[in-house]
Write a protein that binds this ligand. Structure first.
Ligand SMILES: [Zn+2]
Length: 242
């Protein structure tokens, strides 16, 4: 089984990389690389798209999935690079950067809601420049929409730095703030926890890609509030250029 090194987790701004083809799956439509900057769908963040080039060939990357330690790239077309071939991967940077802004905005939203109302997030999902998050509110506080939008945009304007680090599991488990974000639900086999810190606002155990500082997110608009049953309220947001 191929262990794919996920370059995007160490450098979210890497747009182009070279790698070796290690495996082609049984159906012959997906390839595994020894390393990749393509983010595979996970943690609420959709996969990247882009292109792979080798020799005189080029193919679109249409889907990226992580299965065990292997990252599989689905390729459009019938010509595939053979194992051992060196390929150059290029991300659709416009899409990825929008996802980085959106993912970061979700963390800001979580941090603001926790700091202001002490309420936990229960789920969420994102597309480029739009997202939804569910919170344990019952009912929603008066003036919630305006207050939340203001607090999030204030946090964006404050331009908090965002830092990524890795902590030994025991250290992460002893951290109250990380416990709140359910680090204890991460399988015991994971001995090192990746932590995304919006300095001064929110720290979470997280496997996604984020921007370098909050100003890069742009302006957040709350487009809709919905009730999804008792103790579960859905916040829908859109991002605009700042
Ligand atoms: Zn996240």
């Amino acid at each position: 089984m191929t262990m794919t090194e996920l370059l995007c987790l160490d450098d979210a701004y890497l747009r182009e990389f070279t790698a070796a083809v290690v495996e082609i799956d049984a159906e012959g439509a997906r390839i595994a690389l020894d390393r990749s900057a393509f983010y595979p769908t996970g943690g609420g963040q959709p996969h990247d798209t882009g292109t792979l080039k080798w020799d005189a060939e080029s193919a679109a990357v249409t889907d990226v999935r992580k299965e065990g330690a292997t990252v599989w790239h689905s390729i459009a077309g019938t010509v595939l690079p053979a194992p051992g071939t060196t390929v150059t991967g290029t991300l659709d940077w416009d899409r990825r950067h929008k996802l980085m802004r959106t993912h970061t905005a979700m963390h800001i939203l979580c941090g603001v809601v926790w700091n202001e109302w002490g309420t936990l997030v229960t789920g969420g999902n994102m597309d480029p420049l739009s997202a939804r998050m569910d919170f344990e509110f019952d009912p929603l506080p008066d003036g919630f929409k305006e207050r939340l939008e203001q607090l999030v945009n204030d946090a964006i304007a404050a331009d908090h730095r965002i830092e990524v680090s890795r902590l030994p599991r025991e250290v992460a488990l002893a951290d109250d703030e990380l416990i709140r974000t359910k680090v204890n639900l991460i399988p015991a086999t994971v001995t090192e926890i990746r932590v995304v810190d919006i300095v001064g606002l929110d720290r979470q155990a997280d496997g996604g890609t984020h921007v370098r500082s909050t100003r890069e997110v742009g302006r957040l608009e709350i487009t809709k509030l919905e009730s999804k049953g008792k103790g579960n309220k859905r916040v829908r947001v859109a991002l605009h250029d700042g």
